[in-house]
Write a protein that binds this ligand. Sequence first.
Ligand SMILES: [Cu+2]
Length: 193
Amino acid sequence: MDIFNTLLSIQSFAATISFIAGALVVSVVAFLMISSKNVEEKHLAKEKVYKVRDKYFVFLSACIVAGLFISLRLLPYSPFESHPDQEVTVVAMQWAWKMGIGKTDLSPSEFQGINEVTVESGKHIQFLVTSADVNHNFAIYNNAGDLVAQTQAMPGYQNKLDYIFPEAGEYHVLCLEYCGLAHGFMTATIHVK
Ligand SMILES: [Cu+2]
């Protein structure tokens, strides 16, 4: 149950951040409404803003270009140009995961799999993910409760999810796309040795 407690604490942290950000937006709007009653002041403020607007635009554009340059270089796609060492078929269904080593020619509903699979650490694993019914989301969490990889599980499509498990241990699979009544019980385990 450790992983669920960790997820809960991440959720409450996110909720606190959202609340603070919301309160900030409301107070800025309230401040602007209170401080912009005088028409004369409005004209003065307009001129002031127009003076810095061009510089602000150039500054923001530079920030976006620099941010794109840095973040695009950090995208984790280059390690996966090779062929995978191991393929794992994953079929999502209401409300379970069917997994098995290797590719399958069977349809998602015919495929027989279980909610456990064993793979090796340090190897390029490719999950072939699809769904037998509605949209789901195949999400892998490590033992600390961190989301390490995820992809949509969609009927009629096969999504490839490449991942190298950095260390041995138990990884947990949860569904990240609300898919009905027992969505929260869609769990599975990936044993990494
Ligand atoms: Cu779900």
